[in-house]
Design a protein around this ligand. Sequence first.
Ligand code: AMP
Ligand code: MG
Length: 399
Amino acid sequence: MISVAEALTRITAAFEPVPGETVALSEGLGRVLAADVTARLTQPPAAVSAMDGYAVRAADVADPPVRLRVVGHVPAGGVYEGTIGPGQAARIFTGAPVPAGADAIVIQEDTEADGDHVLIKAAAAQGRYIRPAGLDFRAGEVGLRAGQRLGPRDIGLAAAMNWPWLRVRRRPRVAILSTGDEIVLPGEPLGRSQIVSSNGPALAAFVTACGAQPQHLGIATDDRAALAALVAEAEGADLLVTTGGVSVGEHDLVREVLGTRGFDLDFWKIAMRPGKPLMFGRIGTTPILGLPGNPVSALVCAILFLGPAIDALLGVPATSGPGERAYLGRDLPANDHRQEYLRARLDIDSAGRRIAMPFERQDSSMLATLARADCLVVRPPHAAPAKAGEAIEIIPLSI
Ligand code: AMP
Ligand code: MG
């Protein structure tokens, strides 16, 4: 049995980033950059006004009120070709280029139009309300880094940097194989002792949410030939994920069947709860992650190991540093040798602190409490009894 940290290190070390592909900017949301995005232009390209008002020479308005002659009119997108001389001003609007000669903007609210003149009622220091060229970014500057997952703000920055397309990692192909004589697809007729496969749909959704492409191989019965046939279909996948059949019962055939196909086992037991029987290894070049069958175990292991495995395939750097913290909402007993992950609600108390309240029952078949949970409370191996109000580590359930 190995520790969670060791299992994570061994799993993530087994993956190389998949190749890149080019997609339209509009398809970029949620994708991971395969190359840095550098600005293809300087923004703003020239000094522009930050306000509606008048472009002036700061020296002319040092001692208001003063009357200036309006010699130009510059809307956004326009340009004044002349130069603002002493005693002159140009009407200007937000985003318009500042004419030569002018070095400050007086906002409209501090002026009074007077035919072809304007009365300036407030001084403006040099540079006031002027956005210098390159204030936002300069041509060649790196805006977004390879390995970044793109959110809406990043799409906006890439657009501003004048990129209509993006170089991203192709979506990793993750084959998913559910196993068990008792498992049927949602909506299928159910026999007396059969149960609906929740793991397949949940894992496919998890894989999609992580930015990969799920490939549903279906359900293999607990039968060597059926398992072998479906495992063969995973060829070409970047990762095969199985659920169920990795425990010690005589119907747990996944390890044995993979063994007949040249499976190179790395490990298959982790000191954690839920989810002790977790198997990792590879056939040829295809890594295989064997998740437990119990729905909560399968999904908690997906969060802890499958997510980081997909990140490694996408070239997303592993996160480091301390985990997130919250305060315990109730006492907890001492823990045994297995690292424990407790489903919990997260509330904010009147002082604005996060309070994690672990659910009373933590059976690994109880999917409803996982769906309702806001976070997992992490209990290290051999943790002493914990009191309500103590700070503890949590993993927020963001997806
Ligand atoms: P196993 O590891 O195959 O012994 O499965 C452990 C438990 O998880 C059993 O109660 C199975 O019925 C259940 N289980 C296995 N696969 C699934 C699945 N795809 N969806 C929901 N429950 C499952
Ligand atoms: Mg089974």
